[in-house]
Ligand binder design. Sequence first.
Ligand SMILES: C[S@@+](CC[C@H](N)C(=O)[O-])C[C@H]1O[C@@H](n2cnc3c(N)ncnc32)[C@H](O)[C@@H]1O
Ligand code: SF4
Length: 386
Amino acid sequence: MLQDHSLKSLKNFNPNKVPISLYIHLPWCEKRCPYCDFNINTNKLDGDEERLLVALNQDLKDSMKYIQKRKFCSIYFGGGTPSLVSSKIIKSIIKNLKAMKLLKEECEISFELNPKEVSHSYLNKIIAAGVNRVSIGIQSFDQEVLGSLERNHTANDSYQAIKVASEYKNINISIDLIYGIMDQSIASLKKDIEIFCKNKIDHLSLYQLTIEPNTIFYKKELNIPSDKTIESMELAAKDILNRNNIFQYEVSSWSKNNKVSKHNMNYWLYGDYLGIGPGAHSKITLENSITRMIKLKKVESYINNPSKITKVKIDDSSYDLDLAMNVLRVKNGTSFKDLEKRGVYIPDTFKEKLFMGYKKGLIEKNLIKATDQGYKFLNDTVNTFN
Ligand SMILES: C[S@@+](CC[C@H](N)C(=O)[O-])C[C@H]1O[C@@H](n2cnc3c(N)ncnc32)[C@H](O)[C@@H]1O
Ligand code: SF4
């Protein structure tokens, strides 16, 4: 739905104060996993990567009006399965960004890989190109659980992937794990978490399996663990992580030695992001509006028309909820001062709702932070900003 009201109070707003990240969507996968509703394509043909590269570069050029005078504080190659794309293409994308002088000095450049593609030869090339953080889609180290997910990689691939990746001292390593899967026992999840703790892996994204409409799993009868078992899984995982001095900093994110994902933190602290690639999402602050945009979803349509977007402006009635939905995910919350420094607009209505939340015991005093109770029931807490 196209809404056409701007945020009245955002007139004369300075977008150049708001940090900006870049998301690059590389859409191809070998096969579609039965639980996945991401915008993917399983039909990569010879020459497609090169054609997508041309479209991405064009998209970037046409997006200078959104980037304005800013440089990217982080870049994220997501998918799909970015590791199916040749390292030459990755090198060319980063080279172009550097030539355009669009990268901040400390720019975090993250890259998603399937464990199958984590090899010295591929990592050497993408690291040489500029990647400094890898995110590996492990999901589980248990072969039976991977079978339930119908993954195209094996537990051996996963062990091998973390062994290879952890030999590199100059990159940060993140893994994705999923819990709440058919045939996954609490003991199996505990083992996964222990493997994360024991190895040189800096970051964990821990997701509960969600059964999304329009997926193969949605149409199937699945033997998903009960709510009680899922709660026990969460408690068991938290217990092991905390005992190993690994702390949660966001709903699904845990980091060692504070190696948080700069890219995701920028989303949650209401920074801007430009998304390029098929179906990529953007959030951009302009002088008098904040606009969310989506690129064309189909690979061919995007290649033929890389700058075409669907826009939804965030108006006064949806702003407070949009802001709360993001910042309250951060476990330690944030302060008014920090958000203002990042150029984030905090309307009086937001402050009033924050105070109402404080009176209900859901929000901490004088901070934009959920209390323990408020974090436990985050959906309810966020809904007080509706
Ligand atoms: C784009 S994928 C990462 C890279 C690669 N495509 C892969 O799957 O290994 C992002 C992550 O989202 C998570 N994910 C996708 N669908 C999910 C679902 N329905 N429930 C929970 N996690 C999901 C998986 O952990 C996956 O690693
Ligand atoms: S490999 Fe990743 S992106 Fe591709 S279908 Fe599976 S979960 Fe989705």
